[in-house]
Design a protein around this ligand. Structure first.
Ligand SMILES: *[C@@H]1O[C@H](CO)[C@@H](O)[C@H](O)[C@H]1NC(C)=O
Ligand SMILES: *[C@@H]1O[C@H](CO)[C@@H](O)[C@H](O)[C@H]1NC(C)=O
Length: 352
């Protein structure tokens, strides 16, 4: 009792306030400033670590199996390593539009198809400030696997070549941009677009099953932070003609899994890399949480099909999927090519 009365009450209050001041100060100091989250760049780690000079080498084959090459080992920064890394709207210049092709395949019948679509995509990219990239997929050693698997190492190489890129949009050669005014950042990639646009509680189809029905659906809710891949689904299954990949640890893991040689890539899957992603989605709830499915016409409308599937006025693009079946590739290509950017009513939505 006596001791308390000796110390004046005012000193005690001052001492407590002083301690509180430093506690608050250090607490604030230790916190990551909000601007860090607003401005973070998933690629920042790779910029720091970049010791290589990434250089596109379309005319030289890689020296061996693609998984052993530096291009496969593209970097992800610490802020995009968690399973719920932050989502943000990328700058336009951090989006790469990737055409992964050797110019052959069933599109070969269309005169100069690769040159024409690349020039057109360059115009689209210049308009919005995206990066246009063609990678010659002939350069990859993918073992005995079907050539369409080589799109996967191309996605990795796109991230490696552009260490600042946050999203890579992989589109097939048989796709024509029909409405170049559409911004893929605002309409598709931005967290708000993802939150609004993804299909919830929607059955994931499997064309190899009778009636294509599985009993597996997309999640009932999504967090935009968790979405790393954006894809669409046609009447049979997800389709890899047009897919968005975010630079993240999950994307790296998924590309690794898809190209598992023992289980997937080295096996005789008729749908190649498309079957791989479908299989992983059907098999793993974790994958379903990270691979969002958009309504098909958002970025993968086909030439044929009803209002869910077939190209309608104003759609971003048309995909000539299946044109080889009845040898329609040249005819369809020229028809849509001539209508690029059209404003007149041509194929209006019928129901709705
Ligand atoms: C594509 O790559 C292959 C193999 O590296 C090469 O032979 C071919 O010339 C390349 N094509 C072009 C257009 O550069
Ligand atoms: C889906 O569920 C139904 C009813 O439970 C069942 O009859 C059917 O076999 C299941 N289909 C698959 C592909 O598992």
């Amino acid at each position: 009792m006596q001791a308390f009365q000796v110390v004046p009450r005012r000193s005690i209050i001052l001492a407590v306030l002083g301690i509180a001041f430093f506690v608050v100060l250090f607490k604030l100091y230790g916190d990551v400033p909000a601007s860090y989250y607003r401005n973070y760049n998933p690629a920042e780690g790779s910029l720091l670590e970049a010791s290589h000079e990434p250089k596109l080498q379309n005319d030289t084959p890689q020296p061996g199996f693609f998984k052993l090459q530096p291009e496969w080992d593209w970097k992800v920064s610490a802020s995009a390593k968690g399973l719920e890394s932050k989502a943000r709207k990328p700058r336009n210049r951090d989006v790469v539009v990737l055409t992964a092709s050797d110019g052959g395949g069933h599109n070969g019948a269309i005169p100069n198809v690769l040159e024409r679509v690349l020039e057109d995509r360059k115009k689209y990219c210049d308009k919005h400030g995206y990066t246009n990239l063609w990678i010659n997929t002939s350069r990859y050693d993918i073992g005995e696997a079907h050539r369409t698997w080589s799109k996967i190492p191309a996605v990795a190489e796109a991230f490696w070549l552009h260490p600042e890129a946050e999203w890579v949009w992989l589109i097939d050669t048989d796709i024509i941009i029909m409405t170049p005014t559409v911004s893929i950042v605002d309409d598709i990639i931005a967290p708000e677009a993802i939150q609004k646009g993804l299909m919830r509680d929607t059955p994931i189809l499997d064309g190899q099953l009778k009636h294509h029905r599985t009993n597996i659906s997309t999640p009932t809710s999504y967090r935009a932070e968790e979405i790393d891949i954006l894809i669409t689904q046609d009447h049979q299954s997800v389709n890899t003609g047009s897919v968005f990949f975010r630079r993240s640890a999950f994307t790296r893991f998924l590309l690794e899994s898809m190209t598992d040689y023992t289980m997937l890539m080295g096996q005789d899957h008729s749908g190649a890399e498309q079957d791989a992603i479908k299989h992983l989605m059907l098999e793993h709830a974790l994958v379903r949480r990270h691979v969002g499915i958009y309504p098909q016409r958002k970025f993968n409308a086909y030439v044929q099909g009803g209002d869910n599937m077939g190209y309608r006025d104003g759609d971003l693009l048309v995909h000539l999927a299946g044109c080889w079946v009845n040898n329609y590739c040249v005819e369809w290509f020229e028809e849509f090519w001539g209508k690029r950017g059209h404003k007149d009513p041509w194929r209006p939505v019928k129901n709705g």
